[in-house]
Design a binder for this molecule. Structure first.
Ligand SMILES: Nc1ncnc2c1ncn2[C@@H]1O[C@H](COP(=O)(O)OP(=O)(O)O)[C@@H](O)[C@H]1O
Ligand code: SF4
Ligand SMILES: [Mg+2]
Length: 368
């Protein structure tokens, strides 16, 4: 089956009001749902890298797995190349599988230990119709990720962590994807090796015009690789902005906390940042807090925050943030702010409106 052409105008990937609930049983046998992803809309353009950041357990992997349709979302839409793939079954999904690949955090666990590297990458080639015995292509792929063709005969355990992640990338590249989801691809690697793998991913993106979703649990890794960054908290995107804007002018208090957690060599600066560090534990996604989900940990929380969910709102600089008391924006900016429209799904700053406060609520927050 030939892959559908990406002929549609618009972003490569569009997630629209995506929701993923996992049914679970609580103590005592009571049925409940984990709200892993809750009304997320975001798009990724051709050749773009979207960084996806948030604490462990906030829903990044679930969102990533829905995006490449390893999971079928509970609600919402996944569009790839303009095609709605939300509800496609395994057969209809096959042509899209090759175009969307995922590389996992743990290269050790994601590579079959009993298969040689050549077989692992060859399996990807077969999926793409590249033929069974195409050793030349396997060798070229290994070269492309900075390994040698003779590495094809070795087993995964014979490689270092960084090299194994390169093998994972080669396996993903084998099918000529357009989008690769990198789920914490360097979190398990030494810092010195992280930079090498990130440089490789950067080079490959430039060479092949790939789109990436780059998942990380902190903001230190994604700064230089991301065009835009989406910050997730407890199943929701709370801020989305061009990467440099996010670092220079965080609008959401949670983003500020994540920035405060980035290690800096200056001990004085480090101490002054510590006061913004995120406090307490992530609440349970089974029964998330009402109003703003961050209110139980936010130093700026007010009654409004406890009662009313803040809508994602567009601010200058391409920021979108869901906060009643946004940082780094003037009162005039707040008064002029618009809720992001739910209908258009461009790859630029463009997310949905969530139910939220009235314009007067926003003005009230501007006055604080
Ligand atoms: N298959 C599942 N069944 C039940 N809960 C799940 C399942 N997968 C993930 N979760 C829960 O969903 C939430 C989000 O998980 P995940 O997407 O892995 O977060 P992250 O990647 O940000 O660490 C967590 O509370 C996790 O325990
Ligand atoms: S809405 Fe309120 S609780 Fe939520 S992040 Fe903003 S200030 Fe904090
Ligand atoms: Mg994860």
């Amino acid at each position: 089956m030939t892959a559908p052409a990406g002929d549609a105008v618009g972003p490569l990937l569009e997630l629209d009001h995506l929701r993923m609930l996992f049914p679970v049983r609580e103590a005592g046998g009571k049925r409940a749902h984990v709200h892993a992803v809750d009304d997320v809309s975001v798009a990724v353009g051709e050749g773009e890298t979207l960084g996806l950041v948030g604490e462990s357990g906030c829903g990044k992997t679930t969102l990533a797995r829905c995006a490449v349709r390893l999971l079928k979302p509970t609600a919402g839409t996944v569009r790839f190349g303009g095609h709605d793939i939300t509800s496609l079954g395994p057969r209809s999904l096959r042509p899209y599988r090759a175009q969307m690949q995922i590389v996992f955090q743990d290269p050790q666990g994601s590579l079959n230990p009993r298969k040689r590297v050549g077989q692992i990458i060859g399996a990807g080639l077969r999926l793409a119709g590249g033929g069974r015995g195409d050793d030349g292509r396997v060798g070229r792929l290994l070269n492309q990720v900075g390994l040698a063709p003779e590495h094809a005969n070795r087993f995964p355990h014979e490689f270092s962590g960084g090299q194994r992640q390169r093998i994972g990338v080669a396996r993903a590249l084998a099918v000529n994807p357009r989008l690769i989801v990198l789920d914490e691809p360097v979190s398990a690697l030494d810092v010195s090796i992280q930079a090498q793998v990130i440089n490789l991913l950067d080079d490959l993106q430039e060479e092949l015009g790939l789109s990436y979703i780059f998942v990380a649990h902190d903001l230190s890794v994604v700064r230089h690789v991301s065009d835009r960054i989406a910050v997730m908290y407890l199943g929701k995107v709370v801020e989305l902005s061009p990467a440099e804007e996010l670092y220079n002018r965080p609008v959401h208090p949670y983003t500020l906390s994540l920035l405060a957690a980035i290690p800096v060599p200056d001990p004085r600066l480090s101490r002054s940042r510590a006061r913004h560090a995120v406090r307490g534990e992530l609440p349970s996604p089974i029964d998330p807090p009402g109003g703003c989900r961050y209110h139980t940990r936010c130093p700026a929380a007010t009654d409004l925050c406890r009662q009313v969910e803040p809508p994602l709102t567009v601010y200058p600089g391409g920021h979108q943030a869901a906060c009643h008391h946004p940082l780094n924006v003037s009162s005039a900016d707040i008064a002029a702010a618009v809720r992001s429209p739910a209908s258009s799904r461009s790859a630029g700053p463009d997310l949905p409106a969530a139910p939220g406060p009235s314009a007067s609520d926003l003005r009230e927050s501007a006055a604080r």
